[in-house]
Design a protein around this ligand. Structure first.
Ligand code: 1PR
Length: 526
């Protein structure tokens, strides 16, 4: 029997699904007494540290947790659930006490690399623990965080990980352990680790170890554009420069849950669902994407992103739903990140115009509650060619090697809303930079000109945006062969690359992309 401490924020459904899949019974903590009654306790923390500590205090969980830990009973803290074991975090100015089981603090990454640290990274093993059976130099786990622990006592470090510098990525003392990475999002490797925690009687480590792991991988993301076709079936579709109709019908490339399952088995590092008509429908109305997420997260143990229609909404009866309500519903259903498209453009334009943060926009509210790593901005830009930078005042203009129809040598990347239907007076670079300031954690950079063309990623676009943000950028649109992926990783600093058509049509398997990247000395999770 596993007891799960769910304090009500973030995606705990994946942990629940993983535990169930591993054959254990599950009980949720609903009262402080449930903590002391637990046989084995898992504490998955996602989101914002301050919110977590406040809730632990409000619910009266701090003292029973301290008693449980003090008695060396089996405990597994994931991400924030591990950070809570320390004495406090730089993220927390509230002054509320943390669990303080381990001496040391939680600090923000101090690096020139992208923060949050997102993706699959290796671990250097420091203790011979039964939970790490089978973990080796090639094993990778999924990380998503901006803060990391700094334990005072090196003996409690179970693993370290290198991201610019080496930081402690897991701790263990007796039966109490925690990982910064998410085993429930780390595919087979993560499931093995959870299995060992659940099914091993004596978790104590057998002494020191010294195994070195590899570095952060470039991520390969499979994207599923989802909408209802004219018969009302929810299908995965795919556009050519955003036009998803062929001879009048919406292209149908398969069923969302089945395809997501296939991509998981084939080695996708993440899966993204975009509800492409979400801008005009209210996503909670008949909740089709919620069922897709619930069903997918039962058997897919890599991160899931959902986009489309995340904005404030008033229904016909005058009831208002905030973007945070919509996002919360998605997180509860199994999403790890939400992606905001059209709303982000409106928010950024207003922010750039006034220079003021209201604290009330979808980006600010969702990142405050769930952490900025949970907020992705999906950008749908189109090229606008100009003869000289002066022809596009107020926009980021780049010199281009792809001349325009009248041999123009410069261009800017114009943002659009409503699935590319409406062009706005904002460029993609300004949008990305404004959204980062407002609290976004990642950029999904599509490209209408390249979408569905198989002609390769728009490297100039990726470089322009990546050069103006410090958060990770996912290059999207145009992948046609393995070489396009090595090209985007060699010629830009994109952290991830996303593709749709070539995977749906089974033209290029995900494994072939990864093997090609590995042959080209680009770090990937194989
Ligand atoms: O504006 O917050 O409701 O979000 C709507 C979301 O739906 C946005 O993320 C927007 O990008 C997406 N979207 C809207 N219309 C379309 C369309 O295609 N008609 N799809 C659309 C965006 C782009 C990628 C595609 C890549 C890779 N599609 O998702 O997967 O271009 O394709 P490829 O590898 O085949 O070239 P909101």
């Amino acid at each position: 029997m596993i007891t799960l401490l769910d304090y009500g924020a973030g995606n705990v459904r994946s942990v629940m699904n993983a535990v169930k899949k591993l054959g254990a019974d599950l009980k949720l903590v609903t009262r402080p007494e449930d903590i002391l009654d637990a046989e084995k306790l898992i504490f998955p923390g996602v989101g914002n540290y301050v919110t977590m500590i406040q809730i632990l205090h409000q619910k009266g969980y701090i003292e029973p947790l301290r008693e449980y830990l003090g008695a060396d009973r089996p405990f597994f803290g994931i991400c924030l659930g591990m950070q809570a074991l320390f004495e406090g975090s730089e993220e927390d100015a509230s002054g509320l006490e943390s669990l303080g089981f381990f001496k040391g603090k939680v600090n923000r990454f101090d690096t020139g690399l992208a923060v949050p640290h997102i993706g699959w990274n290796g671990v250097n093993i420091k203790q011979d623990s039964p939970v790490l059976q089978g973990v080796g130099p090639d094993t990778k786990f999924y990380f998503v965080h901006s803060y990391h622990i700094v334990p005072q006592d090196p003996e409690v470090i179970l693993t370290t990980t290198t991201y610019d510098y080496e930081f402690a990525s897991a701790v263990q003392k007796g039966n109490v352990m925690g990982t910064q990475f998410h085993p429930e999002k780390s595919g087979e490797a993560g499931m093995k680790l959870l299995d060992a925690f659940i099914h091993t009687r004596n978790l104590h480590s057998q002494g020191p170890a010294d195994i070195r792991g590899k570095g952060l991988s470039k991520r390969i993301i499979a994207c599923l554009d989802v909408r209802s076709n004219d018969r009302g079936d929810l299908v995965v579709t795919k556009g050519d420069q955003y036009d998803v109709r062929e001879k009048g019908d919406v292209r149908n490339l398969g069923k969302p849950v089945e395809l997501a399952g296939r991509y998981y088995r084939e080695g996708a590092d993440e899966i993204t669902f975009l509800n492409i008509t979400g801008f005009r429908d209210f996503p909670l109305k008949d909740m089709p994407m919620i069922r897709v997420l619930e069903q997918t997260s039962e058997h897919v143990f890599v991160p899931l992103t959902i986009g489309g229609g995340i904005r404030d909404y008033t229904d016909s009866k005058g009831k208002t739903y905030t973007a945070l309500d919509v996002a919360s519903q998605y997180f509860r259903s199994g999403a790890d990140k939400i992606s905001i498209g059209s709303d982000a453009v409106h928010i950024a334009m207003e922010y750039i115009r006034t220079g003021k943060k209201t604290g009330k926009t979808s980006i600010e509210e969702i990142s405050r509650v769930y952490g900025n790593q949970a907020v992705v901005i999906s950008i749908d830009p189109k090229r606008v060619w100009v003869k000289s930078p002066g022809d596009a005042p107020g926009h980021h203009v780049v010199k281009t090697d792809i001349p325009g129809p009248d041999k123009e040598g410069f261009c800017w990347f114009q943002c659009t809303v409503q699935g590319g239907r409406r062009a706005m007076d904002l460029d993609a670079v300004s949008l990305a930079a404004a959204c980062e300031e407002l609290g976004a954690g990642e950029i999904l950079l599509n490209c209408i000109d390249r979408d569905g063309t198989n002609s390769g990623f728009d490297l100039e676009l990726v470089n322009a945006v990546r050069g103006h943000v410090t958060i990770p950028v996912i290059a999207s649109s145009g992948a046609g062969c393995e070489e396009h992926f090595s090209q985007v990783f060699k010629k830009t600093s994109a952290e991830a690359a996303l593709a749709a058509g070539i995977f749906h049509r089974q033209e290029v398997p995900i494994r072939a992309v990864k093997n090609h990247l590995a042959e080209n000395k680009i770090e990937v999770r194989l």
